[in-house]
Design a protein around this ligand. Structure first.
Ligand SMILES: C[S@@+](CC[C@H](N)C(=O)[O-])C[C@H]1O[C@@H](n2cnc3c(N)ncnc32)[C@H](O)[C@@H]1O
Length: 303
């Protein structure tokens, strides 16, 4: 399961009118989509994107069980599901103008909890980490070919990893003997690189490395700011877009995108991002790093 994060705050920020045409760019298990559809009432319509075909299939089952009848690739349907990167939203929508757009960035708990994905350091699995397993390079392939300097850059840029240089060097040394294959191989490299006396007691030494490699493998931050600007420009007059982020790089991209949009008639609805309540963090610890930003397209500015 995946508990949708900050649902009340998302709905309040989107201010969904009845009969709304909406886009969920990161469908996942459709938790937010279901809340959005209910808020829009019987006339509401939603297009859901996810780049993970397996996630779309799970969402399809859930939506059907909840009384909706999702259809693939038919933008006129009440609920339309599309297997694509959300960066393709402007292309795929054409002239359609949604009044509400949600992007709940990053990965789903379903990804984290599935050992065959190789995303979590706590369970042994193939070192893959791709969310869309139909394309791209698995983490093992990336780490078995990149130079030590390249690995160091990934760990610094996407993980703020203090031991980036040593971890990069250990990976390159070890793979000469035997290429990395499993999540445990990567954990072993990190443990060999980080001196025991310097380890953070509250954070597993492999946490930042796994996060950084996952972000690199999925190219999660690539072109994100420009994509958010382009997606917001699809909004109908007075439409709103919400971005939920879980990593400082994602939040920075959202902040920069909103600043750019403000120069052309959009309004950033929260100068400081909203964060989950203590109560929500207690019930769903994975929500703790969430940041919610919302932007509103003023009536006069829409094309
Ligand atoms: C945090 S989860 C969304 C959870 C969802 N809001 C829910 O209530 O279940 C993010 C989802 O977006 C998908 N995703 C991440 N990046 C994507 C991208 N660039 N394009 C399309 N889908 C993406 C992931 O596969 C994952 O299913």
């Amino acid at each position: 399961m995946h508990d949708p994060v900050m649902v009340d705050e998302v709905l309040a920020s989107l201010a969904i009118p009845s009969g709304a045409f909406m886009v969920d760019g990161t469908l996942g298990l459709a938790g937010h989509s279901l809340a959005m559809l209910r808020a829009a009432g019987p006339g509401g319509r939603l297009v859901g994107f996810d780049w993970d075909e397996e996630m779309l299939a799970l969402a399809e089952v859930r939506l059907r069980a909840e009384g909706f009848d999702p259809v693939r690739e038919d933008l006129t349907a009440r609920v339309c599901l599309i297997h694509a990167d959300y960066r393709a939203i402007p292309d795929r929508l054409g002239d359609l103008r949604p009044i509400a757009i949600l992007l709940d960035l990053g990965l789903s708990s379903v990804h984290l909890d599935d050992p065959s994905r190789g995303i979590a350091f706590s369970t042994e699995g193939p070192l893959d980490m791709r969310m869309d397993r139909s394309r791209g390079e698995p983490a093992a392939a990336l780490l078995n070919r990149a130079s030590a300097t390249e690995i160091e850059r990934i760990l610094l840029e996407f993980g703020d990893e203090r031991w980036a240089r040593r971890i990069g060097q250990v990976i390159v040394d070890r793979r000469r003997e035997r290429p990395l294959r499993t999540t445990q191989d990567l954990v072993d490299c990190v443990m060999a690189a980080v001196p025991p006396a310097k380890r953070d007691r509250r954070l597993h030494p492999a946490t930042r490395t796994f996060q950084a490699v996952r972000i690199a493998v999925n190219r999660e931050l690539a072109g994100l700011k420009d994509a958010l600007v382009a997606i917001a420009r699809c909004l109908a007059p007075s439409g709103r877009m919400v971005v939920l982020s879980y990593h400082s790089g994602e939040d920075r991209a959202a902040k920069q995108a909103f600043r750019e949009l403000e120069a052309s008639g959009f309004v950033d609805l929260n100068k400081k991002p909203l964060t989950p309540s203590e109560q929500e963090i207690g019930a769903n610890p994975r929500s703790r790093s969430a940041k919610l930003r919302a932007v509103w397209r003023q009536e006069a500015t829409a094309a």
